[in-house]
Ligand binder design. Structure first.
Ligand code: SF4
Length: 700
């Protein structure tokens, strides 16, 4: 490998906005590189505090710099790479021989580069021969992806460039706190705010909801878990007030009659009773969306991370289709992807039912195409596996997964019902974790393999708008650290795997591009060299084309080119918690200062000092009823566990709801409380509607 240059243009290592940044090597500086925001359409030179401080992690004192192998007494010993990889290969071989190929599992991540995500899917299916691969995007984008696929035949988070939002006069933002999660994005809401048309739907008066104040828009504050009813109510109003775009529905969609019937019973007064959103607000929002001046509907995890998340995202799409917004070039529907490569991470084969190019693993022609690229017989590619929650439930069980390789994920903080996940990990014969740090999951591992960070590697990411971006190397990795491509190649060699496993990112990308050719997410016209020119590379980008900034302008991805309206029905909230005693609904979410499980951001001094621990938001009236004052330590508990957090008494939350951030571990881990129940279509867990009991624990 050639020496790293003194400077590099790249993108932020965290969220899917993929803000552009320039890195300059600073050997005598406080961090190995200095970070500067770079002009780019999504961030316009801006970065949030996570991006500004991202270089802190490169030289962090807690970084793992040599493979670690568990000792019999429970501690770790440093090991050579050969020793660590030989040990892993021996144990994997033994497990496969004794218990079958599916006794080995792989858990990937939405932060991996496209090259790593692609290679991981290939490695799992060919080198390990297992069907047991899935990834943490199942907890993030799976409901919106499933809804987009069944309505449009394709799932690209934003099927238009982010900049299109600048011209919008109305934006309905459902369940997304962008002011905290991706602050540079709010510049794209300025036009809608100036027109009085920013509509934010969130049970909390979040920092994004506050952007609607002073005449900038409307804040809808429904009860947690009632978003589907809210959307049916808006659809009802649009239809009954004659605001539906009948010409669009007749020429570009199917299924309107069934959706009309499903919305028919959700008249505004009934929706108000179920959601708490006033009729006047519902009517104002429906009329505003239909005013024809450029309306967008955007969903986020707040409405998607439910056991009915796919149906809720579908209801949002139905509303957009009934209004005639999608595929027009001046309005639209989109979902705001969360993880840095949440989009690319779900396109290249990390999902249990998928092959590269967003192809179904059960499709014989897809199997034949990918097998041809891999140089194997299609019969050797395993069939579909099981999604993340089910895979984690199999850990250590008879007939289940006995060895697990984890890449880019901290499941003992991020998965639902983490006590059960921890027990499963502890029951494994072998747990291998690839990470930069001893995350909470790595601390349970038998072997920890230290891997390169973003500034130390070449690769590509795909942003929330489906644009493929180059990640360029500014630094050489520390001596004992390796790339995951190298690790997979070395293990594949030891396991006598079929096919080849390049360690050169541009070569892996070229293979990925060939494997994706003809698929929904077609990268076949792309290469690192082309991306290095700064080309605006929106997929599908087939060979011989110039890419597709705006999808669906000439039809949807079905043979008849029509979008599918799909009738969805709420499951009546029979288990809604009675608001008595301390029984409340818990919603979980993110803070400005932290990212995902916090495995990285909790190690950045500026970020952890700003938000050192979890606080539980609780309404003043509720707090008074429970004898809790601001600053008390409260217990939040249910049958699965107890979280202890300082009370933040605030009017920014409904009286029947409490909020915990999910970035913390130990007794502050919000996922001690969440349940492993999943959406029947997407297998998304329920993260946003958990029944808990809240009580004062002690005053500090
Ligand atoms: Fe990084 Fe996202 Fe912050 Fe941009 S908004 S700097 S991509 S974390």
């Amino acid at each position: 490998m050639s020496a790293a240059p003194a400077a590099a243009d790249t993108h932020c290592p965290y969220c899917a906005l993929q803000c552009a940044m320039s890195l300059t090597v600073s050997p005598s500086g406080p961090t190995p590189v200095t970070v500067a925001g770079r002009a780019f359409p999504t961030n316009r030179g801006g970065l949030c505090k996570k991006g500004w401080t991202s270089a802190e992690l490169l030289g962090s004192a807690g970084r793992v710099l040599q493979p670690l192998v568990r000792r019999p007494d429970g501690g770790f010993d440093e090991a050579s790479w050969d020793a660590a990889l030989d040990l892993i290969a021996d144990r994997l071989r033994d497990s496969r021989a004794r218990f079958g190929a599916d006794s080995v599992g792989v858990f990937g991540g939405g932060g991996l580069t496209n090259e790593k995500a692609y290679q991981l899917g290939k490695f799992a299916r060919l080198a390990l021969g297992t069907s047991r691969i899935d990834y943490n995007g199942r907890f993030c984008m799976s409901s919106a992806a499933a809804a987009g696929n069944r309505a449009f035949g394709a799932d690209r988070g934003l099927p238009f460039p982010v900049e299109d939002l600048d011209a919008a006069t109305t934006i309905l933002l459902l369940g997304s706190n962008v002011a905290a999660t991706m602050p540079p994005f709010i510049a794209h809401l300025a036009g809608a705010r100036a027109a009085g048309g920013l509509i934010v739907c969130d049970p909390r008066r979040s920092s994004t909801a506050r952007l609607t104040e002073d005449g900038a828009g409307i804040h809808l504050q429904p009860a947690p878990g009632t978003d589907l009813i809210l959307l049916l109510g808006l659809t009802h109003i649009v239809i009954t007030e004659g605001l539906a775009d009948i010409g669009y529905l007749e020429s570009r969609t199917t299924g309107f009659d069934a959706v009309r019937r499903s919305a028919n019973v959700w008249w505004p007064e009934r929706v108000q009773a179920a959601t708490g959103v006033p009729v006047a607000q519902l009517r104002a929002v429906a009329r505003r969306l239909a005013d024809g001046r450029g309306s967008y509907i955007l969903t986020g995890r707040g409405v998607e991370q439910h056991v009915d998340g796919t149906d809720t995202a579908t209801a949002a799409i139905n509303l957009a289709l009934v209004l005639g917004l999608v595929g027009t070039g001046r309005s639209g529907y989109g979902t705001l992807t969360g993880q840095g490569n949440g989009q690319g991470g779900r396109e290249h084969g990390q999902k249990c039912d998928q092959l590269p190019g967003y192809r179904k693993i059960t499709d014989p022609s897809a199997r034949a195409h990918v097998a041809g690229v891999w140089g194997v017989d299609a019969a050797v590619i395993p069939g579909p596996g099981v999604p993340a929650v089910e895979l984690l439930a199999e850990l250590g069980r008879a007939g289940g997964v006995r060895c697990l390789l984890v890449h880019g994920s901290n499941v003992v903080v991020s998965a639902p019902d983490v006590s059960a996940v921890r027990a499963g990990l502890e029951a494994l014969d072998l747990l291998v974790v690839c990470d930069f740090f001893l995350s909470e999951t790595a601390l349970l591992a038998d072997v920890v393999l230290p891997v390169t960070q973003w500034a130390e590697e070449e690769g590509t990411m795909t942003s929330l708008e489906g644009r493929v971006l180059r990640r360029q190397r500014a630094l050489d990795a520390p001596a004992g650290v390796r790339s995951e491509l190298w690790i997979m190649a070395e293990l594949a060699r030891r396991l006598d795997a079929p096919s080849t496993y390049s360690t050169v990112p541009s070569e892996v990308f070229d293979e990925l591009a060939r494997a994706s050719a003809g698929g929904i997410a077609d990268y076949s016209g792309l290469s690192h060299a082309l991306l290095d020119t700064g080309a605006a590379a929106y997929w599908p980008f087939a060979a011989g084309t110039r890419g597709t900034p705006r999808l669906f302008l000439d039809g949807f991805a079905f043979p008849d080119r029509r979008a599918r309206l799909i009738a969805v029905y709420p499951r009546i909230n029979a288990d809604a918690p009675a608001q008595v005693g301390g029984v409340l609904t818990l919603i979980t979410g993110r803070l400005l200062e932290h990212y995902q499980s916090g495995a990285q951001t909790r190690r950045v001094p500026e970020l952890i000092n700003a938000r050192p621990e979890a606080t539980v938001q609780i309404h003043p009236a509720t707090a008074a009823r429970l004898g809790i004052v601001d600053g008390d330590i409260a217990s939040i508990s249910n049958a699965r566990g107890t979280v202890e957090a300082m009370a933040e008494v605030t009017i920014n939350i409904r009286h029947d709801t409490v909020f915990l951030p999910f970035h913390y571990a130990g007794s502050q881990c919000a996922n001690l409380l969440t349940e492993a129940a999943v959406d029947p279509v997407s297998a998304m867990p329920e993260f946003k509607r958990t029944v808990v009991t809240v009580a004062a624990l002690r005053a500090v």
